[in-house]
Write a protein that binds this ligand. Structure first.
Ligand SMILES: *Cc1c(COP(=O)(O)O)cnc(C)c1O
Length: 464
């Protein structure tokens, strides 16, 4: 067993081995208990122990660097894993929710999250969404001047307990993946701080509105170097200091530093750690942690990615052009980013035999394909693994965030069931249902099944 180090917030000891063992035990138990097999050829598995450990590591990392008594809210970015039982588990571990749509807000509420532990950040909030958030007392970060106008109108007609702020884009630059870089010069998010007149506009917006007490930036996600993230936080902190100085009071009392800690998809090691990031921030921006500001963080991928595994049965094993191809049930519907952009989002694949035991044998270069009807539907191309054979299982690792919880309905492939697992206390593995597999009846219903005759019933123009 790895043990938890209170001083550093790191999991030390044989942590990696533990993660791997837990996963191997879960795959075997899933086969033995019938969650996985010919009739249910794909499942998503979530390592509940690992999720709890990551949540604890996040909290410990910031406790280590903040002045005693500093209010800190870690709001999990719900978009990373939008599953109600996961949000409830995180709630139990002291983690709130960052939501960005009416659906995500509803998920957070269904999980029992309190308004004080919830932050709303979407770039396209409607007046109705803003009204609901302010009525509930949920924190809102205004994305742009037009949204602030709408909040002005709501604030003039009602009072609200919602902490309110503005999202800025520090424009510090992007990382290696364009689609997840949010602080480029032309990013669609927040007020672009280096644009002409923007900084003055932000300062005046706070001067005019004593109820604006927060400042928010999220510099980006996977692919952003830690130093760039820290630079984004430093610029946000400097702006808050400037605003408070210019207004002559400590109006901004909380900084929301966003999420974005990158995830290592190349091995089971968790790197970078929350402890490393918190230490880097405390060196780069010491004033942020001296107790004058409350803190909000919005980590998503780094909390869940390494705790999810999608496991799919090899339906057929074949060969094409001399290359072995394992045709599995996991493809574009559960690994959309990887299939469409394999260069940016490669996944590790682990091979298991038909009993769910890690497969032994020499590494063979092979393709691991999905079930969808286009030739690019590959989980991995040219992966070196023990040869996958019919009835084996292929597991795509590190898929707990932005993968099987983000179903893409290509080919009307069903959403797989998702199950959490933990040791059962008697040497085995216990599973809990997180999400039922989607049935074909549900697919028909969601695809207009109740309106089968609606188009043919429309008036028909006379054919000439
Ligand atoms: C997506 C997002 C996050 C989470 O990003 P991760 O890379 O998953 O940590 C946090 N804040 C905002 C505003 C986001 O859009």
């Amino acid at each position: 067993m790895g043990s938890y180090n209170d001083m550093t917030g790191d999991v030390v000891g044989s942590g990696i081995e533990t993660v791997t063992n837990r996963r191997d035990d879960a795959v075997r138990a899933a086969v033995e208990q019938g969650l996985l097999g010919p009739g249910s050829p794909i499942v998503g598995l979530l390592d509940v122990t690992g999720i709890r450990e990551s949540a604890a590591a996040l909290r410990a990392a910031f406790e280590e660097v903040t002045a005693p008594g500093t209010p800190v809210l870690h709001a999990f970015a719900v978009k990373a894993t939008p599953l109600v039982p996961v949000l409830r588990l995180l709630r139990e571990e002291g983690i709130g929710a960052e939501v960005a749509s009416p659906g995500e807000l509803a998920l957070a509420r269904a999980a029992g999250l309190r308004p004080e532990a919830t932050v709303l950040d979407s770039p396209a909030k409607t007046p109705a969404e803003l009204r609901e958030a302010l009525a509930l007392g949920i924190a809102v970060n205004a994305d742009n001047p037009q949204e602030l106008d709408r909040i002005d109108a709501l604030m003039s007609s009602a009072t609200s307990r919602s902490p309110l702020g503005i999202r800025v884009n520090p424009q510090v630059g992007g990382g290696s993946i364009e689609a997840t870089s949010t602080a480029t010069a032309t990013s669609k998010f927040g007020v672009a701080l280096r644009d002409e007149g923007a900084r003055e506009w932000v300062i005046q917006a706070y001067a005019d509105r004593p109820w604006l007490t927060r400042l928010h930036a999220h510099t980006g996600s996977q692919g952003i170097p830690l130093s760039l993230m820290a630079q984004g936080v430093a610029e946000t902190f400097a702006l808050a200091e400037e605003i408070n100085r210019r207004i002559g009071r400590r109006q901004i009392d909380t900084l929301d530093i966003g999420g974005g800690l990158p995830v290592n998809f190349a091995s089971d090691a968790t790197t970078p750690t929350y402890a490393q990031y918190a230490r880097l921030l405390s060196e780069a921006v010491p004033g942020l942690f001296d107790g004058r500001y409350g803190l909000v963080t919005e980590f998503g991928r780094s909390l869940l990615a390494k705790h999810g595994t999608v496991v799919a049965r090899v339906e057929y094993a074949k060969s094409a052009g001399g290359r072995p191809v394992a045709v599995t049930h996991a493809g574009v519907q559960v690994a959309t980013r990887t299939v469409y952009m394999p260069g940016s989002w490669p996944l590790r694949i682990a091979a298991y035999d038909g009993k769910g035991r890690p497969k032994e044998g020499p590494a063979v270069v092979q393709d691991v394909a999905g079930p969808a009807c286009f030739s690019g539907d590959l989980l991995a191309e040219g992966a070196a693994l023990p040869l996958l054979e019919q009835g084996d299982f292929a597991a795509a690792l590190d898929t707990g965030a932005y993968y099987f919880a983000h179903h893409y309905a290509y080919n009307s492939l069903a959403r797989p069931g998702v199950y959490g697992f933990a040791p059962d206390g008697a040497g085995g593995v216990a599973f809990a249902t997180v999400r039922e597999p989607q049935s074909v009846e549900e697919i028909v219903a969601e695809s207009g099944g109740a309106h089968a005759a609606s188009l043919t019933a429309l008036p028909m123009p006379k054919r000439r």
